[in-house]
Design a protein around this ligand. Structure first.
Ligand code: NAP
Length: 246
């Protein structure tokens, strides 16, 4: 079966889809959260499957040679569903997850496990906080009295935006010069990020380092064990080629 289901929403997933189109039938799946998503090449389906059971049903109805889970490192629910559904249906699964960022000399990182812990850690580091962890997590940062928040997200947060929150709608890739300018113009004192990894959004880390700013970094959720994991599109292509799927 020369069809691949690619669970996407990342630059790596788009790169893999582009490489596979014309070689095999590739169906990219997006959650449909972003109003105007960057669409991958080839066939695209939008929206949830209806849990692990729904994904298993989809895989029975549209058999594939393999599933590549190239969702974001923080999309832990989808990753768990992919593991459960492919095990149930008996389909090979590959996890494509870019390497996490690592601190280098000059970085002032504070690593935490949750958005709530990130909010608490940021409170001890500054009153002007640049939040880059997504619009859905804004609630973790707003209850702190005396804090000003710059939220950068692809789509606006739902509901009214508190007076001490500035929303900046933008999506990567970002440049160091742009990030430096943003941090300076908003007089940011602390940056909050997930450890997403990859080059698209890494410039803020460089700019924060240059300006001597602390960065609160949310650690990645643990991956389900017993999954083959690769970090690059090329490795994913190699894995698929071994199965006659690339
Ligand atoms: P999540 O919490 O792991 O997933 C929640 C639910 O969304 C899943 O149970 C599934 O619904 C649906 N879903 C997620 N990814 C899907 C996909 N690729 N195709 C179809 N359904 C999907 O995921 P999330 O953190 O909300 O992320 C949603 C999407 O945004 C992911 O595709 C991810 O790659 C992308 N993204 C996430 C982040 C982040 O920081 N979390 C950042 C950038 C991009 P059902 O149970 O109904 O199947």
């Amino acid at each position: 079966m020369s069809r691949v289901l690619l669970l996407g929403g990342t630059a790596e997933a788009r790169a893999l889809a582009a490489a596979l189109v014309g070689r095999v039938e590739v169906v990219s799946s997006l959650a449909g959260r972003v109003a105007d998503p960057v669409l991958p090449a080839g066939e695209v389906r939008l929206g949830g499957f209806g849990g692990a059971a729904g994904l298993a049903r989809w895989l029975r109805e549209r058999p594939v040679g393999a599933v590549v889970d190239a969702t974001h490192p923080f999309a832990a629910t989808m990753t768990a569903h992919a593991v459960a559904a492919t095990a149930e249906v008996g389909v090979p699964l590959l996890r494509l997850s870019r390497a996490p960022w690592r601190p280098v000399a000059g970085d002032r990182w504070h690593e935490v496990g949750t958005l709530e812990a990130a909010s608490e850690a940021a409170a001890g580091l500054g009153d002007r906080v640049f939040v880059t962890t997504g619009r859905r997590g804004l609630g973790a940062f707003v209850p702190v009295v005396g804090r000003w928040v710059l939220l950068r997200s692809v789509d606006p947060p739902e509901g009214p935006v508190p007076a001490d929150v500035e929303v900046l709608l933008d999506r990567g890739p970002f440049t160091v010069a742009g990030e430096r300018q943003l941090l300076r113009s908003r007089r940011v004192e602390v940056v909050v990020t997930k450890n997403s990894g990859g080059p698209m959004t890494a410039a803020k880390l460089v700019a924060a380092r240059e300006l001597g700013l602390p960065v609160v970094v949310v650690r990645r959720p643990a991956l389900p064990t017993a999954t083959t994991v690769v970090a690059t599109t090329e490795e994913a292509l190699g894995w698929l080629a071994e199965r006659g799927l690339a």
